[in-house]
Design a protein around this ligand. Sequence first.
Ligand code: GTR
Length: 418
Amino acid sequence: MKNLITIAILLLSPMIFAQPEANYDESKVPKFPLPDPLTTFSGNPIANKTQWEENRRFEIFQFFERQVYGKVPDRLDEYSFKLWEESDDAYGGKARRKQVAISLTKNKRTITYNLLIYLPKGNPKAPVFLGYNFYGNHTVTDDPKVPITKAWVSNNESFGITDHKATEATRGVRKHRWAIEKMLDNGYGLATIHYGEVDPDKNDFSDGLHQLFYKDGQVKPKTNEWGSIAAWAFGLSKAMDYLENDTNISDVIVFGHSRLGKAALWAGATDKRFAGVISNNSGCGGAALSKRKFGETVARINNSFPHWFAGSFKKYGNNERTLPVDQHQLLALVAPRPLYVASAAEDRWADPKGEFLSAYHASKVYALYGKQGIDSPEMPAIDQPLQNTVAYHIRSGKHDVTDYDWEQYITWAKTFVK
Ligand code: GTR
């Protein structure tokens, strides 16, 4: 009998434990009620922005903080900024460059990360886009004055990175994702940070920001404490502490692509100083609705990237039904500040329709402030941006950041981010 049970378990286990194929069929999207941003968890309606801010926003925020991204465990003991390089000869004399080291200290442990800033010289107080890069500040530009990051980078064969170390050969390899000259020509600056300097993107909590906060003997955050996305968001907030005091900078619009788009959204939700928020192809755990289970799902993302979210988020894998929130409510936490959600047509893994609907359903919170969001649940056509305080586009092409995306962000920022 015992043997028979063992055999049965062995035979059934691939069915029990295997990940189901990702669903790309709209007719197979489960029917689900979407939690209403304007009805509290206990069922009370929210009629105005005061009620939203005093009751509903807080309970939604707390849910995301404890059950999705995880809480920051404590305050830092100290932090400091050091402007270690500055010049006004970048981009052929068009731009001022600043490089700032940000140091964060807790329990006598310190991490330091670098903020690279380009500002248009013609604009004495310029708005900037702040966003993480994946492979080092030196990859967003050919500028030889930007040092090669010494921090962990993801291995990438096409960049020749095999031991998690960036080399001179990777200078400028990602410049196509950052339309720096376009920003400068339009009076905008860029501030960027290598995300690996804040928290290396791997499932081990021994390095980066998390370990600063450990008590003796602790090796990872508690179940409802921060994963990497919340750590990256925290790093953006600390960068904001510097940026808001730089007299050459006005508004800061936080931007992120993909996993770093998830971080940008959470940064926008946690820190109201960000004047605008841009999610580029952020997908599951970012702008896309989890309950649609289209493309990447909660179970898959927690399985592939167990360190991104709080441990408490794991219980919602294949159990989205029981989630009392969905990602449109994360977007609503940004209200009334301008929000841009962008998808790419071939990026089905990130569920463009789920990203769009999320922006649409967040819009009723913007309406409480008299701000125009996305009015219709009909998706706009490919390459036909819809720009209001809440904006959306679906670009033709792949999961990426292109000049087209930046052209839309700049146009929108000029009108809606003041
Ligand atoms: C994928 C992941 C996505 C997205 C992407 C990225 O592997 O499944 O959620 O974050 O990586 O960051 O490029």
